[in-house]
Design a protein around this ligand. Structure first.
Ligand code: GLU
Ligand code: MG
Length: 459
């Protein structure tokens, strides 16, 4: 089965149902990604797919205020009790057979009210709306999440035994895991995800993979399929994979987001007269994100666990600044100075981890970027040095600050962001904020080991 023979893919629900059946699919998993990046799944037999595409399947509204521990952060006036249901409708055009789970297909969903109206808490609709807003300004965005994850054994005493012990980036780590690695590479290709690179990362048991950029909602959809693929392939090798930002005290896992802004076939991140070869609109796009970062991390680093990772000198982008190829900068700029690399120029948002809902993350990043575009924001001088080590005066000139160092600090910035509030709409913004406040309460006073122990296998 090659799920990626999509050229003759039908577009109507009945046609897709037949196409899925012919690809050997028996069950379709409808996946709703909640505000805590837990994927809530309802499964239907493939024979019901077309019907469900029209009617949707029911899910309690409570999952829009779900926290990482499966409890609900009730918010009076918004979502405050056990009554209420929404309908999850699969996006027919985005439903794909899963190469790593033969017989299964994956369907991202939009949320609707019982009356058939778009539901204001839907993260995927939010991301879509932001991509449309970029299009309304005559531009488009290419996006790609880049995944770091930890692979190993979950021991009976709940400890993590890494699948390799380095050295970082080494052939030794590959040799020790060659069956798993090869299976992952070939399965990812069979899935049509267009794998760009795979390598062992710095920490014990850590790997990284990146896939080709695509439009924002598709990039978030692909992120979900990558995670299913990594988990399923790891399982068949007797291993477990975790996308948690920390699985131990070692170097953390990021899920960096790469973005580029286009006008037609022209990448506004290269070949221009602005900073580091950006076009001015490209620079304004980046400046908008840079400005909003303290609030944005409330969306992109949304659990207390993420703040064990988001620290200076961990290449996690804890400092609010931008710089060409600077791995300590929150925004690492990847230049495209040659004809061979110009199309690949992009900005990498590093303070983003695997506990972030990719639809909310990409939507919020675009909201900030659009604000920068609309105001014609200018970038401060770039930082190529270690930003933490800059003299105070230089930090002040360039507005270089450390990003929030705790979830509660990030939540306060988020609460004050009119840019993100306006873009998300009051319902999504307030309910999301309630879940983050709930996470703060649930994890208050926990030491690092306990935080890791509680969340490591939930991601
Ligand atoms: N592991 C680092 C992080 O937490 C990123 C390392 C890199 O730059 O690839 O984001
Ligand atoms: Mg990396």
């Amino acid at each position: 089965m090659n799920p990626r023979v999509e050229t003759d893919r039908p577009s109507d629900a009945e046609g897709v149902q037949t196409w899925l059946e012919e690809a050997g699919v028996a069950a379709v998993a409808l996946g709703f990604v909640d505000p805590s990046m837990i994927v809530r799944v309802k499964t239907v037999p493939v024979a019901r797919f077309a019907r469900v595409a029209a009617s949707g399947v029911g899910l309690s509204t409570l999952f829009n205020v779900a926290m990482s521990n499966d409890q609900f952060a009730l918010l009076p006036g918004y979502i405050d009790g056990p009554s209420g249901d929404i309908r999850l409708r699969p996006d027919v055009a985005a439903t794909v057979p899963l190469a790593a789970m033969p017989g299964w297909a994956w369907a991202p969903v939009y949320q609707f009210s019982q009356a058939g109206e778009p539901y204001p808490g839907c993260p995927r609709a939010f991301a879509h709306g932001m991509a449309d807003a970029v299009a309304a300004r005559g531009s488009s965005v290419q996006a790609a999440f880049e995944f770091e994850f930890s692979v190993g054994l979950r021991r009976g005493d709940d400890t993590f035994e890494p699948a390799h012990e380095g050295p970082g980036y080494s052939d030794i780590a590959i040799v020790a895991n060659h069956d798993f690695a090869l299976d992952l590479i070939t399965t990812t290709q069979a899935q049509g995800l267009d794998l760009q690179q795979f390598h062992p990362e710095y920490a014990d048991g850590q790997f990284e993979m990146s896939i080709a950029p695509r439009p924002p909602v598709e990039a978030a959809d692909a992120a979900m399929v990558v995670r299913q693929t990594v988990r399923a392939v790891a399982r068949r090798h007797g291993l477990r994979a975790s996308f948690a930002p920390q699985v131990g005290p070692d170097t953390g896992n990021g899920t960096h987001l790469h973005l580029s802004l286009w006008e037609g076939d022209r990448n506004l991140m290269s070949g221009g007269k602005g900073p580091a070869g950006m076009h001015q609109r490209g620079a304004s796009f980046v400046a908008g994100i840079l400005h909003e970062l303290p609030a944005l991390v409330g969306v992109t680093v949304p659990t207390a666990l993420g703040y064990l990772r988001l620290r200076p000198h961990h290449w996690s982008g804890a400092m609010q600044c931008w710089g060409t190829e600077n791995r300590e900068a929150a925004l690492r700029f990847i230049e495209g100075p040659t004809p061979a690399t110009a199309r690949g120029a992009n900005i990498e948002i590093k303070p983003l981890d695997g506990t972030a809902n990719p639809y909310l993350a990409v939507g919020a990043a675009l909201a900030a970027a659009l604000h920068g575009l609309d105001r014609d924001d200018r970038l401060p001088p770039q930082t190529v040095e270690d930003p933490d080590g800059l003299p105070d005066q230089v930090k002040a000139e360039r507005n270089v600050r450390q990003l929030p160092s705790s979830l509660s600090e990030a939540v306060e910035h988020l609460a004050g962001s009119s840019v993100l509030r306006d873009a998300m709409g009051e319902f999504l913004f307030e309910t999301f904020l309630a879940t983050r406040r709930g996470e703060c309460e649930q994890t208050a006073g926990l030491d690092d080991d306990e935080l890791i122990r509680r969340l490591r296998w939930r991601y």
